[in-house]
Design a protein. Sequence first.
Length: 110
Amino acid sequence: MPRDERQAVWVRDELLHLLSVSGTLAGLAVTVVAVMHSFGSVDAAATTAIDDLFAVCALIFLLCTYGIFAALRLQPSRFARLLVRVIDGAFLVGLTLMTAAAFLMVYTVW
């Protein structure tokens, strides 16, 4: 198998894994927003900020999911490679933001 073909298969596998994880994390972020809504009376300012962070995370992961669907449909091209890099970056930003929001949640709400 030529090197370019192996790399295309690897990128496709990576995108399929990210698709599953992005969908799961988007659902998890929405669930946390719903749970934080029930804790609204504990510390309203912190709860609202954490809600907002998790809502942004859910949006980022949803956009990653849409981008992954688009990247899987594209033929290997320069634009497809750029889209994959954008998806990877957005996923890492969403994951980092979600981790920061979780730390805030643990240390301010509970």
